[in-house]
Each structure stands twice: as C-alpha cells, then as structure tokens.
Design a protein around this ligand. Structure first.
Ligand code: NAP
Ligand code: ZN
Length: 346
C-alpha cells in the first residue's frame, strides 16, 4: 500500500481539503503513475456537488490524468518506467461482454468501474486524479504522444474523447454541417475535431464573447443563442448538432435547426429532464441521441489524431489550492477553456 496526498471533498459542496488516501499494492498487471496534471471537467462539479445523486463521500474527483509511469507490475508488457501516459474516466471493466470485446468498455454490461465516485470489483471506493499517484490496470492506460505536453494532454482524456467519439460516429466530415453548442471545455475541442474531420463547423454560444477564439480554432461560423434570430436564420440547416451544455436547453428550438434526418447528440449532462415536442422529431425524421466518453482503443486513436492534427485544448494551469475557485468559475462559464491542476503543488 502507498499513502498519497489528495484533494478531497468531505460531503456535497464542501470545500476541497488536502488529505491522504491509500492506493493498492501493484498487482501483476498494474501500473503506478505519478500524476503531473489533472483537468477539471464539469462532471467533477456535478459529482462533487452531488447534482446527479448517489455521490460517494469523501470524494477525490478527477478523470483527466496525465503523468509518468514510475513502477510496473511483474506481468506488464505495454508500458515501462518513464513512459508518458494518461488515464481517463474509467479504470476497469469485465473484459468479456460484447461491449468490452468491441472496445467500448464504457458500456460494459457488468458495469464499468469509474475512476472515482465508483466501486471497484472488490468493493473498494475509487479515488480519482486530484491526487499525486494512481495505480491502474495497464489495459486502462493510454500513451501520450511525444508532441503533446502533459498539461495540455490531460483534458483530452475526457473532454477530447467525449467529443471525438460522437463526431466520428455521426460522420462529421466533408459536406456535413455540424453545430457545436457551448464553447466550454468540451465544446472548444469539438470545434477542432469537427474542423479536422472536414465538416463545416458552426459554434452556437450564449453570447458573442467567444467568436474570435472559435474562428481561430476552426469554426466557419459563429452565432449567439441569446439572439432569437439565430434560430430562424439557421432553420433546417445542420446535419448534426453536438450539445455540450451542462444545463437544459430549449430542445425544440435546437431541433428546428436540424435538416431532415439530422441528429441532436447530447454529451452535456444536465440534472433535470429535457422536454420537447415529439412533432419536432416527426416533422423532420430527426433524432435525439446521447454519447458517453469513448473506449480505450478510441481514446488512443483520439490522442494520436490530436497530435497529428495539432489539436490541443486551451488551458489555464492552477495550483491545488485554487480548485474551489476554479469550480465557481466553470459554473459561471468563466474559463477559457479548461482548468488543469498542477499536481506538484499538492
Ligand atoms: P463547461 O466547460 O462548463 O462548458 C459548458 C459550456 O456550456 C459553457 O462554457 C457555456 O458555453 C455553455 N453553457 C453553460 N451554461 C449554459 C446555459 N445555461 N445555457 C446555455 N449554454 C450554457 O463544461 P464541460 O466540462 O465542457 O462539460 C459540459 C457538460 O458535458 C457537463 O454537463 C459534463 O458533465 C458533460 N460531460 C459529459 C460527458 C459524456 O461522456 N457524455 C463527458 C464529459 C462531460 P458558452 O459560453 O459558449 O455558451
Ligand atoms: Zn469529464
């Protein structure tokens, strides 16, 4: 066992405290990672505030971990000490069900083990990346390409894969008009992926404030959703709308911007149910869908794609004692565009 420093919350909405936890001894297939940076995902806030319910406290959030391998178990073959690696939203799955076998571990029928706020298959609570080190099965670790700095790479482990995966699945590419709703941590990466995949990209943001950065990142068009004219001007326009917003939208208004057979894919995960008129779907044979992060193999593919296309999040690196303040700023949409905690400050 090793005792390590972490940032944890004692109960829902409690401030972060510096404390310690134990990580398990390395099993033959385990890797010990020195976490150097961990991104702050809006899901960390939903979880630490217990907005989705079922929170396990005390909680150590964090599922955008980037670091360096410092020890390997006796049977580890794919990683060695010194390798630059990442860990995302989950750390174990059954490995046998149809979804695990096809590399979509997030949908494991036994239940995927999340990096934190979850129980592993031995019944132990999992603790995430707001910590100095983590012990993870090698099959759940990905390699960070040399051209990506570790701080910049960390948000890709959740925000990157969560946007790359649905854009690929719903065929964002040449000839497709894709809208990205919400220019936050997820949204600003989605813009870059959709552009690199060859789609015509439109950002739909609450205000005009993020226009120039959106265009720099590859958006072709930019509209403010606070202006009602946006919805009439863009009626029946998009093949795909990727919604990254963390609260409920007027779903009918967004559906009205889809062409026939268009799809509204939700990755943003509000706490309250959405409402919409079924006629908004019927009249245009439209679909509403959702998507959950992405499998390990696809996460590696996304990292390699990011390196190849020069895709990187815009980050603000903070120290361990600024996390409460960073949470408040994310809630106010006051982050451009991802906070990353420098774990050496813990
Ligand atoms: P974020 O950085 O806070 O970005 C969300 C963006 O949504 C904001 O920057 C803002 O963009 C827009 N927004 C916020 N409040 C809004 C409102 N009331 N009305 C309209 N737009 C609003 O959050 P994130 O880390 O990207 O995460 C976004 C959501 O995705 C969260 O709910 C998170 O839990 C979820 N998530 C899901 C998955 C998955 O697998 N499905 C994975 C990771 C995260 P503008 O300023 O441009 O309007
Ligand atoms: Zn996340």
């Amino acid at each position: 066992m090793c005792r390590i420093h972490v940032l944890s919350v004692a109960s829902a909405k409690a401030p972060f405290e510096k404390t310690t936890i134990e990580r398990r001894e390395l099993r033959p297939n385990d890797i010990l990672i020195d976490i150097q940076f961990c991104g702050i995902c809006h899901s960390d806030i939903h979880n630490a505030f217990d907005e989705w319910g079922g929170g396990i406290f005390p909680m150590v959030p964090g599922h955008e971990m980037a670091g360096v391998v410092t020890a390997v178990g006796t049977e580890v073959t794919t990683f060695a000490i010194g390798d630059r690696v990442g860990v995302g939203c989950f750390v174990d799955s059954c490995g046998e069900c149809e979804y695990c076998l096809r590399g979509e571990e997030q949908f494991c029928t036994k239940g995927v083990v999340n990096s934190y706020n979850s129980y592993d298959y031995d019944g132990n609570v999992t603790y995430g990346g707001y910590s100095q080190k983590i012990v993870v099965k090698e099959a759940f670790v990905v390699r960070i390409p040399d051209s990506l700095a570790l701080d910049v790479a960390s948000p890709l482990l959740c925000a990157g894969i969560t946007t790359y995966s649905p854009l690929k699945k719903w065929n964002a590419g040449p000839g497709k008009r894709v809208a990205i709703v919400g220019m936050g941590g997820l949204g600003h990466l989605a813009v870059q992926y959709a552009h690199a995949m060859g789609a015509e990209v439109t950002v739909l943001s609450q205000s005009m404030n993020k226009k120039s950065e959106s265009l720099e990142l590859g958006a072709d068009q930019y509209y403010a959703t606070s202006d009602p004219a946006t919805f009439t001007e863009l009626a029946n326009h998009f093949d795909l709308i990727l919604n990254t917003v963390s609260s409920n939208l007027n779903v009918d208004a967004y559906l009205s911007m889809l062409r026939i057979d268009g799809t509204l894919v939700n990755v943003g995960a509000p706490t309250e149910p959405d409402k919409y008129q079924v006629f908004s779907l019927i009249m245009g044979r439209r679909s509403i869908a959702g998507s959950l992060v992405g499998g390990i193999q696809e996460t590696q593919e996304m990292l390699d794609f990011s390196a190849e296309h020069g895709i990187a999040p815009k980050i603000e690196v903070i120290s361990a004692n600024q996390v409460d303040e960073a949470f408040e700023r994310v809630v106010r949409s006051d982050v451009r565009y991802r906070f990353v905690i420098d774990m050496s400050t813990l």
